[in-house]
Design a protein around this ligand. Structure first.
Ligand SMILES: [Zn+2]
Length: 219
């Protein structure tokens, strides 16, 4: 007996639909892999990377973990970045967080969740770095959404500080790192203005984006 029968049925219907619309699709896809973008996003099931940016299979290289963190000793994330940047030669790295992130909320409000608290510790470090900014926001939900933004900004900085990105820029490789936030409430992406295209940009962008008032109309 096949388990999760409905998912296999969905898969068959999807594959047949793709072939009907484009008979050569899977043949082409199996021969080349040359995405232009690396997406580093949250594992949250409500933030499906390809779908929200309207990209087909083959167009987006994806790494997801709880709360879209880029930790300098995380070999999994670093390996994805190294392969994407050095081998696939992606031109853009997108760090995408989302408002209402459960991981960020758990970190901010000190929820007891067991092992994952160790991972969320990195977000608590971000909160500590920006404690004054966060303390100035009275409404807990808005404070949490601001931390979602600040977390993305810090993760963009972490991406830019890896040897992988620094080496790419040193060699003159075309590569930009972006910080975005997705709103579950309206399905829209917001650009946080934290786009860094070379090593000199990093400090300037970081200062500029932090001194900008928080986004209006938080989701
Ligand atoms: Zn999340």
């Amino acid at each position: 007996m096949r388990l999760l029968k409905d998912l296999f049925e969905n898969n068959q219907a999807w594959a047949e639909g793709v072939v009907e619309a484009d008979p050569g699709f899977f043949d082409r896809l199996s021969k080349i892999h040359s995405p232009k973008y690396l997406w580093i996003g949250c594992a949250d099931s409500r933030v499906p990377a390809n779908q929200i940016v309207g990209l087909d299979p083959g167009e987006l290289f994806v790494h997801r973990n709880v709360a879209n963190l880029v930790v300098h000793s995380d070999l999994n994330c670093l390996s994805v970045m190294q392969f994407a940047i050095e081998v696939l030669k992606v031109e853009h790295v997108i760090v995408c967080g989302h408002y209402g992130c459960g991981g960020v909320a758990a970190a901010l409000f000190n929820k007891e969740l067991g092992l994952i608290e160790n991972w969320l510790r990195y977000i608590q470090d971000v909160a500590q770095t920006h404690q004054e900014r966060l303390d100035a926001i009275a409404v807990p939900r808005e404070r949490c959404d601001r931390l979602c933004e600040l977390n993305v900004i810090e993760q963009v900085r972490n991406v830019c500080r890896t040897t992988i990105v620094r080496d790419a820029w040193r060699k003159g490789q075309k590569l930009a790192v972006h910080g975005w936030v997705y709103a579950l409430s309206d399905g829209r992406l917001r650009d946080l203005g934290m786009t860094v295209a070379n090593a000199d940009d990093l400090v300037v962008r970081y200062e500029a984006v932090l001194n900008k008032p928080p986004s209006e109309g938080l989701a």
